[in-house]
Structures are given as C-alpha cells and as structure tokens.
Design a protein around this ligand. Structure first.
Ligand code: GAR
Length: 192
C-alpha cells in the first residue's frame, strides 16, 4: 500500500481526477490510498469533490495563521499524521517555506512549460505569449516557487486562432493525463 496526500485550493478538478484514477487502484504491484486531502480555502469547490469519494478534507485556513511558517507547521503535522509518503500539490496556491520543503516529499503540477510562466497566472500568461506551444509540468517541490527539479513535461501546438477557452481546456486535458501517470512513476521509484 502506497499512501499519498493531495493538497488543493480551488476547483479541485485535478484532485477529482487523481481520486478517480488512483484511489484504491492497483499499479505495478502496489495499491494506492489517498490518506488525506488538505485544503487552505474553506470555500473551495474541491472540498465537495473529496467528500464525494468519502474522504473528509482537512481544512487548514491560511488566514488563521500569523505567518507562512506557522501555517506550514500545521500542514506538515497533518501530512505526517496521515502517513503519506508522497504529497501532491494539485492546484495548491501557497508559497511554501523550508518548514514544508525540508520535511515533506512533494510534487507540484504547474500549467506551463517551466521555467517559463511561474506563479498563479500561468495559463493566461502563456496564452498571451508569442510562444507556439503551450504545456504543463510536474516537478519536485523546493523552496523556490515552481522551481524544483522537473520530472515531466508535455506540450501541444498553439494555433494563433485558438480561443482562450480551447487553450485552457487543452492544458487541463494534459494535466489529467500526466499527473496520475507521474504519481505512479514516482511511487514506483522510477524518479528519485
Ligand atoms: C491547475 O491548472 C494547476 O496546474 C494550477 O492550478 C489549477 C488547479 O485547477 N496550479 C498552479 O497554477 C500552481 N502554480 P483544479 O483546482 O481544477 O485542479
């Protein structure tokens, strides 16, 4: 049994996709169990998605903490208590301090071809850019925002006539395919 935790802040469509494709499923000789879902925004839509899989999300509202470090102490404590060996940031929109990054093995999903378009507006910024491709990245989490070592990337051709909605949909399609695959590969110790 491989235990994972999923962190999210908003719609939770990637959380939903991970739960659908990985939770209680067997791969490469091991079963995956999502032992914790953690959210920092009490009104996030993803909360209901977690509940629909029978997993009560842990809400750690960052606004209730004096600083990032105190928030991260709670986050690390919840993850450690869950027993997760790998944590997945699936739309988790917080800067993390060394309190988190030195204690938790985590991977992050980002909707651009890193190191381009770091931060919270990657889809809009990459759509507006001159680049002829769009794409997504999964990387290890370190202290630098969207800066840890890259595990995998996928991209698609960006057509100049492509609407923002089509572009965003393509980004999410890649995310839904890539993230579960990489979680399985990391748990299988293909990347260390
Ligand atoms: C996803 O597109 C993810 O790549 C992005 O937030 C979205 C969450 O959507 N993450 C970042 O921008 C991290 N810097 P979801 O809540 O529907 O899964």
């Amino acid at each position: 049994m491989k235990k994972i935790a999923i962190l999210f802040s908003g719609n939770g469509t990637n959380l939903d996709n991970l739960l659908k494709n990985l939770h209680h499923k067997k791969f490469n000789g091991f079963k995956i169990e999502v032992v914790a879902t953690i959210c920092n925004v009490p009104s996030a839509k993803g909360i209901e998605k977690s509940r629909s899989f029978g997993i009560k999300p842990i809400i750690i509202n960052h606004k209730e903490y004096k600083n990032r470090e105190e928030f991260d102490v709670q986050l690390v404590d919840a993850i450690k208590k869950s027993g997760a060996e790998l944590t997945i940031l699936a739309g988790f929109m917080r800067f993390l301090t060394p309190i988190f990054t030195k204690n938790i093995k985590a991977i992050n999903l980002h909707p651009s071809i890193l190191p381009l378009f770091k931060g919270g507006h990657a889809i809009e910024e990459s759509y507006e850019s001159d680049m002829k491709i769009g794409g997504v990245t999964v990387h290890y989490v370190n202290e630098e925002l969207d800066g840890g070592s890259i595990i995998a990337q996928q991209c698609f051709q960006k057509d100049s006539k492509m609407s923002f909605e089509t572009y965003e949909k393509k980004i999410h399609e890649l995310e839904y395919k890539l993230l579960p695959e990489i979680v399985i590969e990391v748990l299988s110790k293909k990347f260390l």
